[in-house]
Write a protein that binds this ligand. Structure first.
Ligand code: 13P
Length: 251
C-alpha cells in the first residue's frame, strides 16, 4: 500500500436537471461527511452553481467536465476557465475519452486546456486510455504513455502537484466490463514510470492515478487494493448515492 490519499470522483456526464443534481449532492454531503478519502462531484455546467452551493465547505470538491482552450472570446457554445472559477469550480476533468473520441479532441488541444486550467489555479484530472483495438494490438501502454506525455507537455514540476491522472480504458467505460485490478495496475505502474522519467521519482510517487471504467460497489475495493491505483473516476455508478457512497467509503 502506498501512502497516497485515495481520491474518488463522480463524473455525472450529461445527466440531471438542477433539482435532480441538488438531491444527489445533498445525499452525498450527508453520507460522505465522515468519509476519509478525497471526493469530487462533477455535474454538468448547468448544475455547477446549484451543486456548488450545497457542497461548499464540505469534504467534496466541485469539478467541471471540460473547459474551453481559450480564456474568453468568440467561442460559441464553449465555457471558459474564468466562468468556472466564478462558480467556485476547483477541478477540471480534461481529455475524457468521450471528448477525445466523440468530439475529436486531440492531444494538442487537450494540452492547451491543461495548461490554461493550471495557469488559472485549477486541479486537473487528465484522462488517458486505450481503445479495444489498441489493447488487442498490444498497444495499451504505448497509447497511455503518448497521451500522458503529450497531455503534460510544458507542465512545470511545480504544477504537476495539481495533476491527477485517470486511466480509463475506453472499452470499459459504460460497458459493464472492468479491467481486472491486475491489468489496470500494469498500466498505472507504467504511467507512474513515465512520470518518473519526466519529473523524477519523488513526483511519480506522489502522483494520484485514478481508475475509471465500470467501477461499482462490487469491484471498488479490489481495484483500490492495488499498489498503483489511488482512487476512481466513476460514471454510471456516480449517478445515485446508493451506488457512489459504497465506492467512496470502500473498506
Ligand atoms: P462508467 O463508470 O459509467 O463506466 O464511466 C466511467 C467514466 O467515463 C468516468 O469518467
Amino acid at each position: 500500500m502506498s501512502n497516497r490519499p485515495y481520491y474518488i470522483a463522480g463524473n455525472w456526464k450529461m445527466h440531471k436537471t438542477r433539482a435532480e443534481a441538488a438531491d444527489l449532492a445533498k445525499a452525498l454531503v450527508a453520507q460522505l461527511k465522515d468519509g476519509k478519502h478525497t471526493y469530487l462531484a462533477a455535474p454538468s455546467f448547468t448544475a455547477l452553481e446549484t451543486v456548488g452551493a450545497i457542497i461548499k465547505g464540505t469534504n467534496i470538491r466541485l469539478g467541471a467536465q471540460d473547459c474551453a482552450c481559450e480564456e474568453q472570446g468568440a467561442h460559441t457554445g464553449e465555457v471558459s476557465v474564468l466562468q468556472l472559477k466564478d462558480l467556485g469550480v476547483q477541478t477540471i476533468i480534461l481529455g475524457h475519452s468521450e471528448r477525445r473520441h466523440t468530439y475529436q479532441e486531440d492531444d494538442a488541444l487537450i494540452n492547451k486546456k491543461v495548461k490554461l486550467a493550471l495557469q488559472h489555479g485549477f486541479e486537473v484530472i487528465l484522462c488517458v486510455g486505450e481503445q479495444l483495438s489498441e489493447r488487442e494490438a498490444g498497444k495499451a501502454e504505448a497509447v497511455c504513455e503518448t497521451q500522458t506525455v503529450k497531455g503534460l507537455e510544458g507542465v512545470s514540476p511545480a504544477d504537476l502537484s495539481r495533476i491527477v491522472i485517470a486511466y480509463e480504458p475506453v472499452w470499459a467505460i459504460g460497458t459493464g466490463k472492468t479491467a481486472t485490478p491486475e491489468d489496470a495496475d500494469v498500466i498505472h505502474a507504467h504511467i507512474r514510470k513515465v512520470i518518473g522519467r519526466l519529473y523524477g521519482g519523488g513526483a511519480a510517487e506522489k502522483l494520484i492515478i485514478q481508475y475509471g471504467g465500470s467501477v461499482k460497489p462490487e469491484n471498488a475495493a479490489q481495484l483500490m487494493a492495488k499498489e498503483n491505483i489511488d482512487g476512481a473516476l466513476v460514471g454510471g455508478a456516480a449517478l445515485k448515492a446508493e451506488t457512489f457512497v459504497p465506492i467512496a467509503l470502500f473498506a
